[in-house]
Design a protein around this ligand. Structure first.
Ligand code: NAP
Ligand code: GLV
Length: 314
């Protein structure tokens, strides 16, 4: 029984080295191999812990009982349609990662709420220009996807006094959060949301959801914070909405192509702020116990936790 750590991103050390160190320490110990150098006999591999696995790798592991995502998202696994049939795919739901993500979103909302860019410009020009700003209670923030991360973010923004709405596939009842769901709730949600925070999984249904039609619905001068996946945004539509003044800002952590190509217009757009997909990086120190527990369950023939529905894609 062996767990394979794999990614198509090439050399993942020292990150994978830290994962191995943490997994080996778990109760019962886990034999860990790093792909590609330590692959060895594929018949030994019973679980795979992956981020963007190399195409064909998982289908070639005959005794696989668990495919465990290294992150909360699983689109990097479902991207290829060559997954071995019947092997459960599980995602991580690590409280440490949830906290990092909601911290990113709250920080981004506060940044635009307090018009922080204005004071960067004023400082550069040695300009003393105090400007009043609206109360948080008058700011309408919309969270797209109120799952593990979205619900935590909504709760923290509520605590800070913002007027928060959530949009999900199925109805939700989060304290103090105005609920919208499904296709029928989308327009009303976008129309009220001055700040849209995207925390959806990337699926066939959510791909390209932040397009010209969605931006048109938003209040004039609003903006988006995308910490989910680059595929949610139609890049050209975002640039057009920012250039026309319809949108006032975009904060982006994730991109259709990562690393973001050097010639991509997002890099130099004055209304876009970029972070390099580090809103929430999985921490092996906090997440290894969950992976180890799932591994033990799968080896005992029990269903792992946080299993993903392949038909839904999340
Ligand atoms: P989650 O718990 O699965 O929640 C997903 C939410 O999206 C749920 O509320 C779900 O609705 C909603 N949703 C899904 N499909 C929808 C649709 N078609 N229409 C409306 N709502 C829909 O996901 P999570 O753990 O919060 O993570 C969200 C995403 O964050 C991940 O998939 C990943 O891509 C991204 N992420 C990014 C980073 C980073 O560093 N940038 C780190 C971690 C995660 P229901 O509740 O009704 O099912
Ligand atoms: C990171 O992007 C994750 O899905 O955890």
């Amino acid at each position: 029984m062996t767990l394979l750590l794999a990614s198509s991103w090439g050399d993942m050390d020292p990150y994978f080295g830290k994962w191995r160190e943490m997994l080996v320490r778990q109760p019962g110990g886990i034999e860990v191999r790093l792909y590609p150098d330590e692959l060895g006999d594929v018949a030994d591999i019973t679980a795979a812990l992956v981020w963007d696995p190399p195409p064909g790798l998982l289908a070639g592991l005959p005794n696989l009982k668990l495919i465990q995502s290294l992150g909360m998202g699983v689109d990097h696994i479902f991207r290829h349609d060559d997954l071995p049939a019947g092997v459960p795919v599980a995602r991580l739901v690590d409280p440490d990662l949830v906290t990092r993500m909601s911290e990113y979103c709250v920080h981004s909302v506060l940044h635009y709420h307090r018009d922080a860019d204005r004071y960067d410009r004023d400082q550069a020009a040695k300009r003393w220009n105090p400007v009043s700003y609206p109360a948080a209670s008058t700011r309408r923030v919309g969270i797209m996807g109120v799952g593990a991360i979205g619900a935590d973010t909504a709760g923290k923004l509520k605590q800070l006094g913002f007027d928060v709405a959530g949009w999900s596939r199925t109805p939700k009842d989060l304290p103090g959060v105005v609920g919208f769901h499904g296709g029928e709730g989308f327009a009303g949600f976008m129309q009220r949301s001055e700040f849209v925070v995207c925390l959806l999984p990337l699926t066939a249904e959510t791909e390209g959801i932040l397009d010209a039609g969605a931006f048109d619905l938003m209040p004039f001068g609003g903006g988006i914070i995308n910490a989910a996946r680059g595929g949610h945004v139609v890049d050209a539509d975002l640039i057009a909405a920012l250039d026309s003044g319809k949108l006032g800002f975009a904060k982006l952590d994730v991109f259709r192509e990562e690393p973001l190509p050097k010639d991509h217009p997002f890099w130099s757009h004055p209304k876009i702020r970029i972070t390099p997909h580090n809103a929430g990086i999985t921490n092996p120190v906090t997440a290894a116990a969950e992976v180890a527990e799932n591994y033990r369950r799968a080896m005992r023939g029990e269903p792992p936790s946080n299993i993903v529905d392949p038909a839904r894609g999340y």
